[in-house]
Design a protein around this ligand. Sequence first.
Ligand code: NI
Length: 187
Amino acid sequence: MKYPVTVYGDPMLRKKANTIHKDHEGLTEILENMWETMYYSDGVGLAAPQVGLSIRLFVVDATSGADEEPDLIDFKKVFINPEIIETFGEEWVMNEGCLSLPEIREDVKRPDVVRIKYQDENFETHEEEFSGYAGRIIQHEYDHLDGKLFIDYLSPLRKRLLKSKLRNIASGKVQPHYRIKVPVKSL
Ligand code: NI
């Protein structure tokens, strides 16, 4: 089953998500649905708050980028209860997009390397370093678990220029090819 994607304006995207346990109800199904939603939406990563679930979990699959970055060949993973230990390395700029911010792409600067501790779908703990595109995706998805979006990194000027686009998203005036959950209007 594909979930509708929560978009900018939905309070779910601004909440700090909760840690989960091994016996979290319906976890297998949640993961299946998240993969299905991510592939259908042409995303390379998807965090649980983006499908209305306030839990610390995200999935990534950037194996299609392996032509350019051979390290990505096996970069299909589930990250449960992740904790970023540190980020380091030279900061670089990438033009980022997000399924929760349809039709918006902006340059975002982030450190190259991320060291992260997480549990996989079998609740085995790993601690690994990722850099390049993989490190980038992880930092972006991880932010979703803490209620952060990539637009938070923009200058006040860039943000001002996006204001009407953001308003359109929040009021459901966007039509991506995937289903979205239009935020409930707040006055
Ligand atoms: Ni995103």
